[in-house]
Design a protein. Structure first.
Length: 309
């Protein structure tokens, strides 16, 4: 039986978002037509938000001009059916602000600003970076807390202070520290989005607004079901969906690098013609694709007749 429902959390960018891959042709060129088609497909499968040019979008290997063309292609494809958030974070504050202004001009609904990577700024410097990025445009900002990649976590007190900025409205949380996350949620009005597919259910149960997923490339309908079940207080259904997707989470997030696996998964499901990545990433090997196929089949995510789950 469903448990008592709680008030729905704020959802400034929707509830089910995917950090979208950036399609390339076999020779490595940006494929905006494929990006538009993928964005349209993801929205049709239940996404009400997309993030473009995030890490999963291979943003370190795309030029500013390519980022602009990609964003405009996705915006044109989805129209007002989904919020399109532009990844603009870099480890250069001035460059981040330039990308933010370009995204605003293109028509993005919001900005994703990651913790500056490699430089490992101390907390006062992080606070300055985020405030400066938020001051650069009139768009709402989602911070991206991912210490495993950036090298430094955003401290609770820093998040509490940056939340005072009117345009900092959300956090994509890949910190893996549910206690710290709960404290920030208790002390601020920030909308939290799960940035780790393995913790989607846990963060939603803690009151997160939604997910920014990688596995969602091939499991959008399932994650929509998961979010709806948590909203309804039906944790039994939510746990069942979570459990059913465990092989897919393993396949995409643990077998190899997430972008590599996500593109191969999209090729297996017919959503992309190629799985091309840009160096330093290399596309999935045939052996990796075979393992991926087995895991996606176990999660009932491959095309074909209905399967027992």
């Amino acid at each position: 039986m469903p448990t008592a429902t709680a008030p729905r959390p704020p959802r400034p960018f929707g509830a089910v978002l995917t950090a979208m891959v950036t399609p390339f042709t076999t020779d490595g060129a940006l494929d905006t037509a494929a990006a538009a088609a993928l964005a349209d497909r993801l929205v049709a499968e239940g996404h009400d938000g997309l993030v473009v040019s995030g890490t999963t979008g291979e943003s370190p290997t795309t030029s500013d001009e390519e980022k602009d063309r990609l964003l405009r292609a996705v915006l044109e494809a989805v129209g007002d059916r989904a919020s399109v958030v532009a990844g603009v974070g870099t480890n250069d504050t001035a460059h981040t602000c330039e990308l933010a202004r370009a995204a605003e001009k293109a028509g993005a609904a919001g900005l994703l600003v990651v913790t500056p990577y490699y430089s490992k700024p101390p907390q006062p410097a992080l606070l300055h970076h985020f405030r400066t990025a938020a001051d650069a445009t009139g768009l709402p900002v989602m911070l991206y807390d991912i210490p495993g990649r950036s090298g430094v976590a955003i401290d609770t007190e820093t998040l509490v202070r940056v939340a005072e900025h009117d345009r900092v409205v959300a956090v994509k949380d890949a910190k893996g520290d549910l206690t710290a996350t709960s404290w920030v949620m208790a002390r601020t009005e920030l909308a939290y989005y799960s940035g780790e597919d393995a913790l989607n259910l846990a963060l939603l149960a803690h009151g997160a607004s939604g997910v920014v997923s990688v596995v969602g490339h091939v499991a959008g309908r399932q994650y929509r079901q998961l979010v709806d079940a948590v909203d309804a207080g039906d944790l039994g259904t939510a746990r069942a969906v979570h459990t059913r997707l465990l092989p897919a989470v393993r396949a995409i997030m643990n077998r190899t690098q997430g972008v590599v696996a996500a593109k191969a998964a999209l090729q297996l499901t017919g959503a992309l013609a190629t799985r091309t990545t840009r160096p330093p990433l290399l596309e999935a090997t045939p052996e990796e694709v075979a393992l991926l196929r087995t895991d996606l089949d176990a999660a009932a995510l491959l095309p074909g007749p209905p399967q027992d789950t």
